[in-house]
Design a protein around this ligand. Sequence first.
Ligand SMILES: O=C(O)c1ccccc1NCC(=O)[C@H](O)[C@H](O)COP(=O)(O)O
Length: 194
Amino acid sequence: MRTKICGITSYEDAMTAIKAGADALGFVFYEKSPRYLTPSDAKTIIKKLPPFVEKVALFVNADANSIDTVCQETGATLAQIHFDAEKTLYEALKTPHIKVVRAKIKEDILKYADEYRLVDAYCESYGGAGKRINIEWFDGIDCSKIILAGGLNPENVSQLKEYGFYGVDVSSGVEKAHGIKDAQKVKDFIFNAH
Ligand SMILES: O=C(O)c1ccccc1NCC(=O)[C@H](O)[C@H](O)COP(=O)(O)O
């Protein structure tokens, strides 16, 4: 399973995750998030990072032009659309992107079933709340294009093997405080996911 460590706000945390084997890092460009960082701060971090690691920019209620601009300015390689966007937004986007399904019920998971998507537990704050998604909802579903998020941590990530998810995404489950990662939890999470 691929791993993404989300809510990175420092170069040190980014490198801890990369050295532990993370495939992707998430940077939150949603001002109401406790993990928000400015595009300028993200650029400073991203430009020092090695290649072959996906730098993912997260957006909530942003338009296509501002998403493209932030990704271009910061060096982010993928946009994560963390809200229910209109089809026109996806059509207008120039940046490679991944859609997020904020699942309230099992049926939501089948949205975009034919493409890669991130499935997160629905929460009012949009993400990073540590809210667990009901894992039984994935029974009998092809999970090979799904990145699972929501309430994961170093302990429960090792219980997902039978589902065959493409990847897993974590934020609060590997933190010691909002926006600050716990190095040991990051290492354990990635080790256990593998
Ligand atoms: O992390 C945030 O603060 C955040 C805010 C707004 C939209 C998305 C946000 N994070 C999204 C993520 O990709 C998280 O990794 C995902 O929601 C899982 O979070 P957690 O349950 O804390 O592991």
